[in-house]
Write a protein that binds this ligand. Structure first.
Ligand code: EPU
Length: 349
């Protein structure tokens, strides 16, 4: 048995820590609420050669087996304004703050709120997990609001401070999913938000939803986004799921031309990334899955959600293996029909 001085538990069930609700155990589990506690846990794990897995809210992870190591769930819950001028405001937010609590908070700061994350209301998970997959929704991505990301390297306890431009943000992607994958513990994210509100209302039916309100402000935008989400995304507390299970595939424009000849109604979107080539186009994985007649399709305990085809759900009692087999079937069907590979957005561990 290892002697970790900070509070930790042994043989902890991860069922409540993954939004699919799959059964898996962690040999050790800890939810440290300070950088010092994280460092002391990492020290001990290193001394005893125990692997570490960093978990945010568990909304984007599927545990395929028990984890014979330490699952570390940072619980730093601080919120502080570090500077402001007449336009911008910089806020330091602890990695353990629930993402939507932060969005809620921003809509009240300075009474009228500060803008930059309002369209990301209701995304499950923590602030520390947000930069990892560059969460996005309704025409907004978190990268546009991030100033810096702070954390600790798992290998040597050194701290780091990455500027937004060093984080290699792209569509549902960042350095934390690539060269720094499971190599760091993010402890704090600094956001640069604006007192001059510039709303982004052009995505989907956001404007229509807002027509129900007497005025457009941050609180109403947040509520409108929450209502749109609630209408088609299943609540993970009631039905196991991880939001979008697949990423929308980004393909060459020439590929799209081929597809449009055969499927003229297929939706396409520009790629929102200045580094990406103009020759790339984003397709809708949900549309392709739906057009394979898989929307609402269910095999035993796992299925495609009946209101949003990108979302796979565990109706209860399903296993991670069932989910993996099911998702492979969905990928194969899409590939057979469209010749396009769709890839999971969730992390399979
Ligand atoms: N569509 C279908 N069938 C469906 C759902 C959608 O054909 O069942 C088509 C429609 O043509 C629709 C288009 O897909 O116009 C786009 O649908 P939607 O606006 O619902 O967005 P999405 O591409 O399916 C993405 C994000 C969601 C985010 C929404 C809204 C990814 C992988 N997913 O989904 O993010 O909420 O946009 O911005 O990019 C998540 O990542 O967990 C997530 C829920």
């Amino acid at each position: 048995m290892i002697e970790i001085k900070t509070e930790k538990e042994e043989n902890k069930s991860l069922k409540a820590f993954n939004s699919f609700g799959f059964e898996a155990k962690a040999r050790y589990f800890a939810a440290p609420d300070s950088e010092n506690k994280i460092m002391s846990l990492l020290d001990d794990a290193r001394k005893h050669d125990i692997p570490v897995f960093v978990l945010g809210g568990g909304n984007n992870v599927v545990f395929t087996k028990d984890f014979d190591g330490l699952v570390l769930c940072p619980k730093i819950e601080s919120i502080s304004i570090i500077s402001e001028d007449s336009v911008d405001i910089l806020l330091d937010i602890g990695a353990g703050v629930v993402w939507d609590d932060f969005v809620h908070y921003t809509s009240y700061v300075n009474f009228n709120g500060i803008s930059g994350v309002e369209n990301l209301a209701g995304i499950p998970g923590t602030v520390g997990a947000a930069p990892v997959q560059n969460i996005g929704a309704y025409g907004m991505e978190v990268k546009d609001a991030i100033f810096t990301v702070r954390g600790i390297y798992i290998d040597d306890n050194k701290t780091f401070l990455l500027k937004k431009s060093d984080c290699q943000f792209a569509y549902r992607d960042s350095i934390f999913k690539n060269s720094l994958k499971q190599k760091t513990v993010i402890t704090c994210v600094t956001f640069k938000l604006s007192k001059k509100h510039e709303y982004k209302l052009d995505y989907g039916n956001l404007k229509d939803e807002l027509a129900k309100y007497d005025k457009i402000n941050l609180r109403n935008i947040r509520q409108a986004v929450l209502d749109i989400r609630a209408a088609k995304l299943p609540d993970p507390k009631k039905l196991g799921n991880a939001g979008s299970f697949f990423k929308n595939p980004v393909v060459e424009r020439s590929e799209v031309e081929r597809l449009m000849e055969q499927f003229p109604l297929m939706p396409t979107y520009p790629v929102d990334n200045p580094d990406a080539s103009r020759d790339k186009v984003k397709l809708s994985a949900a549309w392709m899955i739906e057009n394979c007649a898989l929307k609402g399709y269910r095999q035993n305990n796992i299925g495609v959600h009946h209101k949003q085809a990108l979302v796979l759900v565990n109706y209860g009692g399903g296993t991670a293996q069932e989910l993996i087999d099911f998702s492979q079937m969905v990928q194969d069907r899409v590939f057979d029909k469209f010749g396009v590979k769709i890839e999971p957005e969730v992390v399979l561990n």
